[in-house]
Design a protein. Structure first.
Length: 127
C-alpha cells in the first residue's frame, strides 16, 4: 500500500466507528458498523490506544452493526481483549449478527470471549 494516504485507505475500508462513548465513570463503548476486515481493522487502532491513555476501567466492543468479519477482524477483537487485560480493564463484547457470530463459533472463540446477550435472540456463550 505504498504511496497511499489515509483518505485512500479509508475508501478501501467498509467500516464505520459509529459511536465512541467515554463516560466520566471510566466506561467506554465502541460501536462498529460494516465490515471488520483486513482493509478496515486499522481504524480501531486509535480508539484502542485511548484505553491506555485515559484510565478506562471497562471497554465494550459493540459488533451488532457488523455485516462481515474476517481473520484480521478477529485479530483486532483479540488485540482489544489483550490490551484490556494488560491495563486491568474489563472487556465485553456485544455480539454481532448471526453471520458474524458464526465466525467466532467456527474458530472456537465463542466460549473464550465475554459476549453479552443484548436481546439479539442469539444463544451466546459467556466465559
Amino acid at each position: 500500500m505504498k504511496g497511499r494516504d489515509a483518505a485512500g485507505l479509508k475508501r478501501l475500508a467498509h467500516l464505520e466507528v459509529l459511536d465512541e462513548m467515554a463516560c466520566d465513570d471510566g466506561n467506554r463503548t465502541l460501536v462498529l458498523s460494516g465490515e471488520l476486515d483486513v482493509a478496515s481493522s486499522w481504524l480501531l487502532d486509535c480508539p484502542l490506544l485511548k484505553i491506555s491513555a485515559d484510565g478506562t476501567r471497562s471497554f465494550t466492543l459493540d459488533l451488532s452493526g457488523l455485516t462481515f468479519i474476517d481473520s484480521t477482524g478477529i485479530r483486532a477483537v483479540l488485540a482489544a481483549r489483550g490490551l484490556c487485560a494488560a491495563r486491568g480493564c474489563e472487556f465485553k463484547v456485544v455480539p454481532g449478527p448471526t453471520q458474524v457470530q458464526r465466525v467466532f463459533e467456527v474458530t472456537g472463540l465463542i466460549d473464550h470471549l465475554p459476549f453479552e446477550n443484548h436481546g439479539t435472540g442469539l444463544d451466546v456463550a459467556k466465559s
